[in-house]
Each structure stands twice: as structure tokens, then as C-alpha cells.
Design a binder for this molecule. Sequence first.
Ligand SMILES: [Zn+2]
Ligand SMILES: [Zn+2]
Length: 188
Amino acid sequence: MRSITTFDLQYSHRFYGFKGEAQYLHGHTGIMTIEVEDSINDGVNMVFPCNEIRKTAWEVLQNFDHALILREDDPLLPAILGVYKEQGILNGTPQNKMKGPAFKTELATAYPDARIVVTKETMTVEGMIKLTYDLLKDKLNIAKITFTSGVNGASQEFDTHNDIDRCPLCGISLDENGVCHKCGYRKP
Ligand SMILES: [Zn+2]
Ligand SMILES: [Zn+2]
């Protein structure tokens, strides 16, 4: 069975070098749906608590929310960094609080202080799915990700291994020592 959680992401981007309106900077409300698959965890009668999926995924997804997403070779990038620097907001402001921890993968680097994500490939809906899966695949048994942005959408199914040990009391993943960090349950 699957537990399904949805996220709202407000972001701006453009398709650098693309022949069409999307080569101009513009914004979207993107809706991401993450489906986590496993057996029903008997103790809690859930696959995985949705609020925990939300917490785990939002840690990384937060980096894309109210953020500017640009490809690494886009000349807008140095221009915007220059303006942010001049304005003194490049390295954050006290009002820039809704930040996730920075990340760096093969596909993207997040700079939460500047609310910028720099990507290797153009950030299409398909690109966003690849990025998200890569960031979360070791933390959640992701069976499917759907991302829609305006009238565009994409989805992909993934093979799951269903080998994450879950706490029978609150349903969240046990750590490498078989301990639940939430309630202290210890795997016998
Ligand atoms: Zn767009
Ligand atoms: Zn627990």
C-alpha cells in the first residue's frame, strides 16, 4: 500500500536557451506528490506517517520554495548574485527564516541563504522529479513522484526495496541502531 503526501512549491525559473516564452524569467506554483510504498506497519496501521514524510521531504524541498532556480551556465545567475550582494541579502537576512539545510548533489546545489538553487540541467517538471528522487531515495521508499506546474506535469514510478525498519509505536524509520528517535523504541 502507499502513503501519499502533497507539497506546494512557489518558485521562479526560466529555460535558458529554449526557443519559447519559457526563456523569460517567470514563476509557478508547483504541486509535488510523493507516494511512499511499503507493507502496512501493523503497530500503527499505516505505511508511513504522512507528517513524517512531510517533515523528511520538506527539509530538502524547502530549498525550492520561494526560490529562484537557474541552470549553472545561465548568465542571469552572476547578474542576480551581483544584485543580491550589492543589496546585502546574498548571505541571508534575519527575515529569511524558512530555510532548509543546504545540499549539493550531482544535479543541483542549494544556497538557502540566497534562496537560489543552481541546477546542472534545465529545471523542467521532469528535472524536478529526478532531483527530488535523488535527494530522498535513501530516506523514503518512494514509489512514485508526480510534479505539476501550471498546465505541465510529469510523473515517474520507482522500484522500492521496502527494507526500511519502522517503529511499531509511531511508524517512523528506525535509525541504524534500530532505535526510534521519536519515542525511544528499541528493536528487540
Ligand atoms: Zn516555467
Ligand atoms: Zn517510535
